[in-house]
Design a binder for this molecule. Structure first.
Ligand SMILES: N[C@@H](CCC(=O)N[C@@H](CS)C(=O)NCC(=O)O)C(=O)O
Length: 211
């Protein structure tokens, strides 16, 4: 498989973790999101992903898959071992809800494009943009902290999709200096996950395009 990725992209980080957990070999194709206004905006990448975002996964059958949630679910459906969702339907729904707090409610508000829009089109100061960023992470993490089991992972004893979405968001929060002292459960889950080779190998600093 081939993964179009950017070392700092938390959405690509999710897919890297899932690929590693499933033991699937893949080649990284770096797409720089900042240089020259973003190489993701070049026509050759638009031909891969019309949304011009990373990640995009090219499967061994040459299908191109986009959107990390869809990609992670595809990987789980085609490579069921180890499972990324609990077996029980209620537990599955809780697990998906945790992943969605990150994927649907935190990340879209703090993603590169909306932050750039706040700066360039809305003429916001960097301090206002940072406050916006912190606000949405803290609000999402407050709910996650209350809902996660954290013994030792988000949904209990097994690594799940929720952890795959949480850990990259924590990395982003740390990079943007969001204080995490109010979230001991999240910090503990993150520490435990990062001890697993699948998470460690997926870290931004361990990518071939890391700067
Ligand atoms: N919902 C998408 C988000 C993908 C996304 O927005 N990726 C960011 C990097 S984390 C990106 O490519 N941004 C480039 C841009 O917005 O120009 C997913 O989960 O895959």
């Amino acid at each position: 498989m081939k993964l179009y990725s950017y070392f700092r992209s938390s959405a690509a980080y999710r897919v890297r973790i899932a690929l590693n957990l499933k033991g699937i070999a893949y080649e990284t194709v770096p797409v720089h999101l900042v240089k020259d206004g973003g190489h993701n905006r070049r026509p050759e990448y638009r031909a891969v992903n019309p949304q011009m975002r990373v990640p995009a996964l090219v499967t061994s059958n040459c299908d191109v898959l986009i959107q990390s949630l869809a990609v992670v679910e595809y990987l789980d459906e085609t490579h069921p071992d180890p499972p990324l969702l609990p077996r029980d339907p209620i537990a599955r729904a809780h697990c998906r809800a945790l992943a969605d707090i990150v994927a649907c409610d935190i990340h879209p508000l703090n993603n590169t494009s909306p932050l750039r829009y706040l700066k360039r089109q809305m003429n916001q100061e960097q301090s206002a943009i940072d406050a916006w960023y912190h606000h949405w992470v803290i609000e999402g993490f407050e709910a996650y902290e209350m809902l996660a089991q954290g013994a030792p992972y988000s949904c209990g004893a097994q690594v799940t999709m929720a952890d795959i979405f949480l850990v990259p968001q924590v990395a982003n929060a740390r990079r943007l200096k969001v204080p995490l002292d109010k979230f001991p459960k999240i910090v503990a889950i993150d520490t435990t996950c990062l001890k697993l080779p699948a998470f460690d190998r997926a870290r931004p600093e361990n990518q071939p395009d890391a700067e």
